[in-house]
Design a binder for this molecule. Structure first.
Ligand code: ADP
Length: 470
């Protein structure tokens, strides 16, 4: 019975002894398989995750690359770029470049503004680096220093540096020099001021800035004023000394000498008259120049005006046996100031009579030229040499001072004419009369109502046929 009881147990024991090895092996194999599967799965998962992560990183890097390429191309228009919203790096990059672009644009605007200002300046500006090379020069500097190509410019600056001003400024002292610059047939006086340029980014010297002023007109006016004062003093001194000398002679006994006294008194009268004329002309000229004379603009009949003036001058002409002819179309009307036109005609016709020899001829004529009228006052006197013609309208300029004074001239008549004509928007000039003599011309505006509608400005002066010689 025990044996029977233990049978199955024994059998079981026996059975277990016979199948234990395969079961364990099976278990081990299963375990290994699981491990392998897990490892493979984990490996796969890691590989997939790595692939996904690297794709994401790559895509971000591609985005950055795209931006970098766009920046290199010079296109900073970030809005065109397809930047992943979640990508922090490209977004920061884009923001950075946007900021950069903004700064670059602001700098460009500033630079353009500075450049426009510099180019619009009347003064010339030249910047030299510490080696003396031109790094900047505006248009005025090039014009004032008469420069075309850069090499000439450098040479011009070399001349200035000879004056020492660039060296002085490079050494830290502001310096200035006035030089004459010849440009073709034009001579300019320029004042060049050299200032040390502040050093940038820690460099010991920062170069030199030159500012160039055109002082031609200022110097011309200064000379004119000096000459004018000298001329006025001289012109006043002469009659004054004659008056003084004659008065003294009379006081010292000549008064009682009838015929002699008469001569001295006549000289007194003549010189006092000249003095009065001189002062009147001077006052007239200074009033016109100071803009104190008001000019009206009314229609004026040229023939009437000329005839009226000739009537007043005729007695003096007759005394010299000079004939005056007025050959002006009665329909010609100009636009101008009646007093100014009278003064112009008086001065020119009176000069023609004064400087023409006895028995000579004077002719006043006029012709329409587009929207203007050209008036000629012509004589057959000795004429004016070409070298004097350009200066004839200057104050106190005379071809022959002695002759001018003898005939009662002040040397201011033509200067007054020029001012008056210009105040009426006209022009004046002088040319030779044929076969000899002088021909002054004055061009004034044609009265508006007589103008051709829409006609062009006066430009056909040279096309007029010259007056036939008498
Ligand atoms: P002035 O009072 O001396 O005549 P103007 O200014 O009127 O001064 O003229 C300047 C100079 O021009 C004169 O001194 C004279 O030498 C010259 N001039 C003017 N008109 C004539 C002319 N018709 N013929 C020759 N010379 C003239």
């Amino acid at each position: 019975m025990r044996l029977l009881d233990s049978g199955p147990c024994a059998w079981g024991a026996l059975g277990s002894v016979g199948s234990a090895a395969p079961v364990t092996l099976l278990h081990e194999a299963t375990g290994n398989l699981v491990v392998v599967v897990v490892v493979v799965v984990v490996g796969l998962l890691v590989a997939i995750a790595a692939a996904i992560a690297s794709r994401a990183v790559l895509s971000r890097l591609r985005g950055v690359l795209q931006l970098v390429r766009a920046i290199r191309r010079g296109s900073l228009l970030r809005d065109d770029l397809d930047v992943d919203d979640d990508a922090e790096l490209p977004r920061s990059f884009a923001a950075l470049t946007r900021e950069l672009e903004h700064n670059v644009q602001s700098l460009a605007v500033e630079r353009d503004r500075f450049d426009a200002l510099l180019q619009a300046m009347g003064e010339g500006v030249v910047a030299l680096d510490d080696a003396g090379h031109v790094v900047l020069a505006n248009a005025a500097a090039r014009t004032l220093l008469a420069l075309a190509p850069d090499d000439v410019f450098e040479r011009r600056l070399a001349v200035l540096s000879l004056l020492g001003i660039i060296d002085d400024a490079a050494g830290g002292t502001t310096a200035a020099a006035e030089v004459e610059v010849v440009n073709g047939d034009k001579l300019r006086r320029v004042l060049v001021r050299a200032t040390p340029k502040p050093a940038v980014s820690g460099r010991a010297r920062g170069g030199v800035v030159l500012v160039v002023h055109d002082v031609t007109e200022i110097r011309r006016l200064e000379t004119l004023r000096r000459d004018f004062v000298a001329n006025v003093s001289h012109e006043l001194r002469t009659p004054c000394s004659v008056i003084l000398a004659n008065a003294e002679t009379l006081l010292s006994g000549a008064l009682d000498d009838g015929p002699r006294a008469q001569k001295f008194v006549e000289a007194l009268h003549r010189n006092a008259e000249h003095l009065a004329r001189l002062i009147a002309d001077l006052l007239e000229l200074s009033k016109i120049e100071a803009g104190k004379v008001t000019f009206v603009r009314v229609p004026l009949n040229l023939r009437d005006a000329a005839a009226h003036v000739v009537e007043a001058i005729e007695p003096r002409a007759r005394a010299k046996d000079i004939s005056i002819v007025v050959d002006v179309d009665a329909a010609l009307q100009i636009e101008g100031d009646p007093k100014a036109l009278d003064q112009v005609l008086i001065n020119l016709i009176d000069n023609a009579v004064k400087y023409t020899c006895a028995g000579g001829h004077v002719r006043v004529s006029a012709q329409r030229v587009d929207n203007a009228v050209r008036l000629w006052i012509e004589d057959d006197g000795p004429g004016v040499e070409p070298k004097h013609k350009e200066r004839l309208f200057e104050r106190f300029y005379r071809v022959d001072s002695g002759r001018s004074r003898d005939v009662g001239g002040t040397g201011l008549g033509l200067a007054i004419v020029k001012h008056l004509v210009e105040a009426m928007d006209g022009e004046v000039g002088v040319e030779d009369a044929l076969p000899h003599g002088t021909r002054f011309w004055v061009q004034l505006r044609l009265f508006a109502a007589a103008r051709r509608p829409g006609s062009a400005a006066v430009d056909a002066v040279t096309a007029i046929s010259p007056m036939s010689p008498r």
